[in-house]
Design a protein around this ligand. Structure first.
Ligand SMILES: Cc1ncc(COP(=O)(O)O)c(C=O)c1O
Length: 411
């Protein structure tokens, strides 16, 4: 069966539950806040519990199964990044991992060193590094946006990078305005200066795969609930850091491989669910191909659909100049995710989101933990923006209905 957004929509647990109850399902435009889960993910998670709760390393069948779930989890997450599975670390969520790894990485920094964070980023990839820098007496430089205000100022970034800079923390894509960062260009600059590169791919991964073999970076963060999985964070950590960093760990626990950074017992059900979510994403690839190749195929189809949705929505916006779009225009729809930050002169983002929510159209309002970006636009701490995020399962007619309701909100 070929990919269609409708086929994906029908696989979602929330859609099936509404259908079974004979109720209308809301439309979900808050993908960047958390995507919906396919029924197969729920099934994988309950299968874990039904198979018997266990921990790693015991000589009985359900414990051996836990070992297999974790190993499969590393293989599945690695396929999103084209990374070696043995370099995938799990934790509760991305933010916890960012604080954990920044603490370990910063042990190598010295007073007078510098690190660079960006104005585009979610603050999970800013505060974590700022806090570690504060502990180590290291200076934090923030790189801003270009003149339009939707992209990093690459020229400024290049000028700021020097041998003093130990780390550059950057987003793969903005979770507020959807701008995709030119990671190849950023990696080249960071490597030329000898700075470690830490990429927050949380908003990028639901829309685009990464290839850490082509991109020289030290760390990549992901978060499974943004791509139809459960709440679970993961990170790729390159060598030699994976083996050589001093991990904050229980001394009796393993000091080998990714387990060095995995404090305590992991959520095995969530890891099983994440693998099922990645299988769901890969289902539109050539059946006999490997997981990575199937993902590449599926994502190409998602991208074409999502770009079509973006263009449809931006065209609607263009005919309504009272709406301000904070983000890349129609001509650059390939350089963005289908995530839109909007404001209207007469209505607050919160009022608009509330009105839409009451009509079964779900979206968020606020700063979305990217306060520096909103400050740059003059919208923080208040009023923030209305954020609309589409996914590969969003139907074109749902976008049309959203537009109709937005017209109604301000009528
Ligand atoms: C771009 C981005 N980075 C990081 C995070 C934090 O992820 P987590 O909720 O897994 O800590 C989010 C969450 O919204 C995000 O959108």
């Amino acid at each position: 069966m070929p990919y269609s957004a409708e086929a994906c929509w029908q696989q979602l647990a929330v859609v099936q539950a509404h259908r079974d109850r004979g109720e209308l399902c809301p439309y979900f435009f808050d993908g960047p806040g958390g995507a919906q889960m396919p029924q197969s993910v729920l099934a994988a998670m309950s299968e874990y519990w039904q198979g018997g709760n266990a921990n790693l390393g015991a000589p009985y069948a359900s414990s051996e199964r836990v070992g297999q779930i974790v190993e499969q989890g590393r293989v599945s997450a690695a396929a999103l990044l084209n990374a070696p599975p043995a370099q995938i670390i799990f934790d509760q969520n991305m933010s916890s991992l960012a604080f954990k790894l920044s603490r370990a990485i910063s042990q190598r920094w010295r007073r007078g060193d510098q690190i660079i964070v960006t104005q585009l980023d979610h603050f999970a990839n800013v505060s974590s590094w700022q806090r570690a820098a504060q502990d180590r007496g290291v200076d934090v430089i923030t790189v801003g946006l270009d003149k339009q205000g939707w992209q990093l100022d690459y020229a400024k970034l290049e000028a700021l990078l020097s041998p003093k800079v130990k780390l550059l923390a950057v987003s793969g894509a903005s979770n507020v305005c959807g701008s995709i960062v030119n990671l190849a260009r950023v990696a080249e600059m960071a490597n030329a200066a000898g700075a470690m590169l830490a990429i927050d791919a949380v908003h990028l991964l639901p829309h685009q795969l990464m290839d850490v073999q082509a991109l020289d970076c030290a760390v990549v963060f992901g978060s499974a609930y943004k791509f139809c999985g459960p709440h679970l964070g993961f990170a790729y950590l390159a060598e030699p850091w994976l083996s050589e960093l001093e991990a904050y760990r229980v001394s009796a626990a393993t000091n080998l491989g990714p387990g060095r950074f995995e404090t305590g017992t992991q959520s095995f059900a969530a890891i099983a669910g994440m693998s099922a979510a990645i299988d769901y994403l890969a289902q539109w690839g050539e059946r006999d191909a490997g997981l990575r190749a199937r993902l590449v195929d599926s994502y190409a189809q998602f991208s074409a659909h999502e770009q079509g949705l973006s263009e449809r929505f931006i065209r609607w916006l263009q005919a309504r100049p009272q709406w301000q779009l904070y983000g890349l225009p129609l001509a650059d729809s390939a350089l963005r995710t289908p995530t839109f930050a909007l404001s209207h002169p007469q209505y607050s983002p919160y009022q608009l989101a509330k009105q839409l929510g009451e009509q079964g159209v779900y979206c968020g309002a606020g700063h979305f933990y990217a306060p520096a970006l909103l400050e740059q636009w003059g919208l923080a701490p208040q009023p923030g923006v209305l954020r609309l995020g589409f996914m590969h399962y969003t139907l074109a007619q749902q976008v049309d209905e959203l537009c109709r309701l937005l017209d109604g909100c301000i009528a």
